[in-house]
Design a protein around this ligand. Structure first.
Ligand SMILES: O=C(O)C1=C[C@@H](OP(=O)(O)O)[C@@H](O)[C@H](O)C1
Ligand SMILES: C=C(OP(=O)(O)O)C(=O)O
Length: 451
C-alpha cells in the first residue's frame, strides 16, 4: 500500500524504513528526564536559596514548568554549557511573602504541570487560573481539585473534575491530614507531597482506593524530596508523612530520560542492530529502568557496563523473528506505547495489562494504539485494563498521533520495518524529546555507515 501524499500536512513525517541494515552499532545520547527535571525545577522554586540544575531537559513540558513557576515568582537563569541539549539552569526560588497576585497559567498537555503546580499556587496569596491544550481538559484532575479544597483553598471550577479551574488562596495551608484517591494517576499523590513541606504543619497523606499506578514515580517524588533535605516517610502501604521544612538550594545533575531511551532501544530490537546509551544510571527511580527486564523478554541481549546500556536485537537481518509477550505494565505505564509498537511487529500475540489509566494520558492511549495498529493491518483490541495484539501490522498508512509524543515515537518504530508509515505531526515529540527526528536519523546513519 502507498500513502496518499495529498493527505500529508506540513508537520507529517514519512518514517524512514531500515532495509537490510543489521549487526551495526549506534551510540545515542538521550536528553534529561522529564519527570526528574520537572520535580527538581519545582523543588528549587520551593527552596530558601538558589539551586543549580545540570543537564535539565529542555522541552515543551519543562518549558511549561519554567513558565508556570516564573509566573508564581521564581526566576530562571540559563548557564551556557557545551551540551547539545542546552544550558544548565540556575533557579531563584519563589518569595512566598510576595503580595497578592492574579495570574493565568498554561499547563499545555503536561501532567506534571497541571497536577504539580496548583498546590504550589495555593502556597501563595492570590488567584491562579489554570488551563491547557484542548485535550488537557479531558485529563482527570478531580483529586487535585478536591485536595486543594480539603486543604482550605478555594477552587472555582465547572464541577466536572477537569481543567479549567481557578485556585484562590491566602497562601496559608494549616490542614495536616488529607485523604486522596490516586488510582487514576500517581501524579495526584506526587503533587500534594511535593508542596507539603511548606504547609504550616506538614502533612499526613493517605491514599484510598484501588492501587496507584506508576508507583516508581511516587518513589521518585520521595527520593527527590529526601535528596534536597525534606523529611518524608512512607509506611510501605498507603500513607506518607511530610515534615514542615525549609531547605537550602541544591545542585543536581539530571539523568537521561530512560522512558525516552525506549524508542531507540526498540529500534535495536525490531531491526537486529545494537543501540548503546551512555550515562545509564546504576540506581534510579525512573520506571524506564524496566527496559532491562522487558527487552530480554523479546529475545534482545541487554548489558549494563561502565554506565553504558547496550541492547542488541534478537533478529540480525530479519524482522518479526521475536515473540510477543504478556506483561503487566502497571509500574511503568508510560512505556506502553513503545512496548506496543515492538509487539505490533512480533511473530506471536501479546497482552499488555495493568494500564487502564492510560485512557487518561495525553490521549486515550488504549484506543489510539488499537486504532492505529489496526489501520496498518494488524489485529489489536482493547481489554478492560490494557491491549491485546493478536497479529502484526502488515502495511504502511497514515499513523495518527493524537498530539501524543509517545504515539509518534511508536509510529517511528513500526516504520523502521514497514514501508510507507506517515507519522502525523511528528513535532508533538517536542513535549519531552525535541529533535527526535534528528536523533532518529543519526542512529540510522550510524547503522548504515557501519555496513
Ligand atoms: O510523575 C511523573 O512524572 C509521571 C507519572 C506517571 O503518570 P501516571 O501515574 O498518570 O501514569 C507517568 O506516566 C508520567 O509520564 C510521568
Ligand atoms: C503520561 C505522560 O505524560 P504526563 O507527564 O503528561 O502525564 C507521558 O509522558 O507518557
Amino acid at each position: 500500500m502507498s500513502v496518499n501524499n495529498s493527505a500529508m500536512a506540513s508537520g507529517d513525517w514519512g518514517a524512514p524504513t531500515l532495509s537490510g541494515a543489521a549487526d551495526a552499532s549506534a551510540l545515542v545520547e538521550i536528553p534529561g528526564s522529564k519527570s526528574l527535571t520537572n520535580r527538581y525545577l519545582l523543588l528549587a522554586a520551593l527552596a530558601e536559596t538558589p539551586s543549580l540544575i545540570h543537564a535539565p531537559l529542555h522541552s515543551r513540558d519543562s518549558q511549561l514548568m519554567v513558565q508556570a513557576l516564573t509566573q508564581l515568582g521564581a526566576r530562571f537563569e540559563e548557564i551556557p554549557t557545551n551540551s547539545s541539549f542546552g544550558p544548565d539552569l540556575r533557579v531563584h526560588p519563589i518569595d512566598f511573602s510576595a503580595p497578592e497576585r492574579s495570574v493565568s497559567i498554561d499547563v499545555g498537555l503536561a501532567g506534571t504541570v497541571m497536577r504539580f503546580v496548583p498546590p504550589v499556587a495555593a502556597l501563595l496569596s492570590g488567584s491562579f487560573a489554570f488551563d491547557g491544550d484542548p485535550h488537557a481538559r479531558q485529563r482527570p484532575m478531580g483529586p487535585v481539585i478536591d485536595s486543594l479544597r480539603a486543604l482550605g483553598a478555594q477552587v472555582e471550577d465547572a464541577g466536572v473534575g477537569a481543567l479549567p479551574f481557578t485556585v484562590i488562596s491566602d497562601g496559608l495551608i494549616v490542614a495536616s491530614e488529607l485523604e486522596i484517591d490516586a488510582s487514576a494517576s500517581s501524579q495526584f499523590a506526587s503533587a500534594v507531597l511535593l508542596a507539603a513541606c511548606r504547609f504550616e504543619n506538614g502533612l499526613t497523606l493517605r491514599h484510598i482506593g484501588s492501587p496507584i499506578p506508576s508507583m516508581p514515580h511516587v518513589e521518585m517524588t520521595l527520593e527527590t524530596m529526601r535528596q534536597v533535605g525534606i523529611d518524608v516517610s512512607y509506611d510501605g502501604q498507603n500513607t506518607w508523612q511530610v515534615a514542615a521544612s525549609r531547605f537550602p538550594g541544591f545542585e543536581v545533575t539530571i539523568e537521561p530520560d530512560l522512558s525516552n531511551a525506549g524508542p531507540f532501544l526498540a529500534a535495536a530490537v525490531v531491526s537486529g542492530n545494537t543501540v548503546i546509551i551512555p550515562r545509564w544510571p546504576l540506581e534510579t527511580t525512573q520506571g524506564g529502568n524496566d527496559w532491562l527486564e522487558i527487552l530480554p523478554a523479546f529475545g534482545a541481549a541487554v548489558s549494563l557496563e561502565a554506565g553504558e546500556l547496550r541492547v542488541t536485537g534478537p533478529a540480525a537481518g530479519a524482522s518479526s523473528q521475536y515473540p510477543g509477550l504478556n506483561w503487566d505494565l502497571s509500574e511503568a505505564g508510560e512505556l506502553a506505547p513503545t512496548v506496543a509498537a515492538i509487539c505490533a511487529l512480533a511473530s506471536t500475540p501479546s497482552v499488555l495489562s495493568g494500564i487502564a489509566h492510560l485512557r487518561g494520558h495525553e490521549t486515550d492511549r488504549l484506543a489510539a494504539l488499537t486504532q492505529e495498529i489496526n489501520r496498518l493491518g494488524g489485529q489489536a483490541q482493547e481489554t478492560a485494563d490494557g491491549i491485546r495484539i493478536e497479529a502484526p501490522v502488515e502495511h504502511g498508512d497514515f499513523f495518527r498521533t493524537y498530539d501524543d509524543h509517545r504515539m509518534a515515537t511508536a509510529a517511528a518504530i513500526i516504520g523502521l520495518q514497514v514501508p510507507d508509515v506517515v507519522v502525523e505531526n511528528v513535532e508533538t515529540t517536542a513535549k519531552t524529546l525535541p529533535g527526535f527526528t534528528h536523533l532518529w536519523q543519526n542512529m540510522l546513519d550510524q547503522w548504515k555507515g557501519a555496513q
